[in-house]
Each structure stands twice: as C-alpha cells, then as structure tokens.
Design a protein around this ligand. Structure first.
Ligand code: 8YV
Length: 327
C-alpha cells in the first residue's frame, strides 16, 4: 500500500472537511484551533508533504527556507495568498493553490451590507435602541445618506468586484471601476459600468469607494494618503479585501478631520489589533474579517482545498494553482 501523504492543517476546519481529509490523507489536524507559533510552523513545513494554512499563518521566506524536501504543495484555505511568499515557494518548486470563486457571493454580500450600513447609520440605530436612548421618531433624527443614484467606485473588478457591482446596480447605484485592465465589453454592458483608467480621477468623483482587489506588492497602500485626499469629503470608503491596501493611519486622520463621511471596514492593517481611534468613531462600522464567514462557504472552501490536493497528488495541475506573476 502506498503511504498516504502527510497533510498538516494549521487551523480547525469544519468537521465534514476534516473527516474527508482524514479519509484521503494522513491528515494532522489542529483540533483546539490555537494559531500556530513560528516554531510550530517551521516544524510543520519540515514534516508535511502538503501544508494547509490560512491567512493567520505567515509563510515567509524564512519559514520556507526551512521546509523539508517533501513539501511540494501549499493548499491555502482561502483566496487571498498575501501571507505566503509566492516567489520563495516558486524558487523551491512548491506549488501554491487557493480557493477562488466559492466565497465571491458571500464577500460581495458583506460588502453590500457595509455599503448600506454606513451611509444609513444602521449600527448607530441599533446602538441607540440597545442603549435605551431612543426618544422617539423625529423628522430630523438619524438621517443618513441615500444609496439610490449614488456613484460607486470599485477598485478591482475581478470576481468579487463584479458581484458587488451586480448588487449595487440593483440598489440603483451607478457603477464605476478601476482595474489593471478593462473587463469584457459584455460584462461592462451588463453592469453599465464605466471604466476609469486613472484611479486618481475615479476616486475624485465617487460617493462610495469599495476596495475589492487582492493585496499584492503592487496594491500595498494603493489608497495612499495622497489618493485618500482625492476622495470627496461626503464619500464613504468600504474595505472587505485586505487592510494593507489602504493607508490606515491616513484614513483615520481623514475621518477624524471630517474629510471623509465614514468607512466600513471588515479588514485591518494589523489584524486582529484594531486602532482604538477607529472604535470610537460613530461613522465607522467595523467587522471582524467575516466577509466569507458562512457555513456554506467554509464547506465549499474545504472542498476546493481537497480537490486541489487530490489533483496534485494524482499528478495533475491543480485547478486553483496560484501563478505569482498575477501577484
Ligand atoms: C478567508 C479571506 O476566510 O479568502 C480570503 O482571502 O480573506 C477570508 O475570507 C481566509 O482567507 C481564510 O484563510
């Protein structure tokens, strides 16, 4: 009998996913879900044939330098791979896969929820009731801003950006986007989306800006202090992608000065640390990186990880191989 490949999983995954992994592989699970320390990660890359990390594992060049000869595949549980040094992996002949597609709709839903929640002050309203502070309806209290008819600027028109656009279109927003390249004319037509080659010019004209691109060396602080200043003071910034894409201290300064109307953030620069200034702001809605957090989504992600591993072991190119030239 052929030896089953050693698969080290760094975090607790849904039971059904773990059961399937145990059937197929010599899976070493993390049942109590304590994130791995650096030393544990080093042990894992030394021992594993396949590593299944998540975004909480920093797989940098230093860790990969200590990988054992058996490590051939990193099958990430998640779509973003900015926590993995792709170049180092490539140089060592380690294939990297991710889980695109299955969390598109969930992440777009959460983006839309924030696009609604911040201008319409939904969380503030809940807090008013929870704090027993509501004194009754008045014509001028709890006024937010209308969504219908407003301009949404999507930064990154990939799968998630397009799914956000479809939702926002149904809410009556006009769709604008900036992307590395223009999307297919059919998609542009269907979404009635306006392409802006210049991100700077787009930012200056939007009512809501939504970040939906991956975090790569090229998008680190894409919304720099200079670019944030181009956004109009009545506009909102929504980020469900990665905290590192926005210069967070600069964003906070602008919110403090009233140079932006508000922000909806599901991701942060130093997760899980949250800048305490952000927590105090009424015009900011903060979520604990839960864009893809659905029961269905996690099962689908697990299934994708398994398919990637199985295809790879069977000697084929896994469907979700990450090509680092894209990053
Ligand atoms: C995942 C995410 O839950 O897939 C991503 O890029 O940010 C999250 O939705 C996470 O990556 C799991 O590792």
């Amino acid at each position: 009998v052929q030896k089953k490949p050693v698969v080290i999983v760094t975090r607790k995954l849904p039971d059904a996913v773990e059961t399937r992994m145990m059937e197929l592989f010599d899976a070493r699970l993390n049942v109590d879900d304590t994130p791995m320390s650096k030393a544990e990660l080093v042990d894992a890359v030394k021992e594993a044939d396949i590593l299944v990390p998540t975004l909480t594992d920093r797989i940098d060049a230093g860790i990969l330098a200590q990988a054992g000869p058996n490590l051939r595949l990193i099958a990430n549980f998640g779509t973003g791979v900015d926590h993995i040094d792709l170049k180092s992996a490539r140089q060592r002949g380690i294939t990297v896969t991710n889980t695109p597609g299955v969390l598109t709709e969930d992440t777009a839903d959460m983006t839309m929820a924030l696009i609604m929640a911040v201008p319409r002050r939904i969380v503030e309203g809940v807090q008013l009731i929870d704090g027993d502070e509501w004194e009754g309806w008045s014509p001028t209290s709890m006024l937010g801003h209308r969504i219908n008819g407003k301009r949404l600027g999507i930064v990154g028109m990939g799968r998630i950006g397009q799914a956000v656009a479809r939702r926002a279109q149904a809410f009556g927003m006009s769709i604008h986007y900036h992307n590395q390249h223009r999307v297919h004319p059919d998609i542009e037509g269907e979404l009635q989306a306006t392409y802006w080659e210049s991100l700077d010019q787009m930012l200056a004209r939007m009512d809501v800006v939504s970040i939906n691109c991956p975090h790569t060396p090229a998008t680190y602080h894409l919304l720099s202090a200079r670019r944030l200043k181009l956004i109009q003071p009545h506009a909102y910034v929504i980020n469900t992608a990665r905290g590192e894409i926005v210069d967070e201290p600069a964003l906070i300064r602008m919110l403090e000065k009233g140079d932006l109307a508000g922000a909806g953030l599901d991701v942060f620069e130093n997760e899980p640390a949250i800048n305490p200034k952000l927590r105090k702001m009424k015009n900011v809605v903060l979520l604990p990186h839960m864009g893809s957090a659905t029961i269905e989504g996690r099962l689908d992600m697990g299934e994708k990880v398994i398919i990637n591993m199985k295809t790879f072991i069977d000697g084929h190119t896994p469907p979700d191989r990450v090509i680092d030239a894209f990053y």
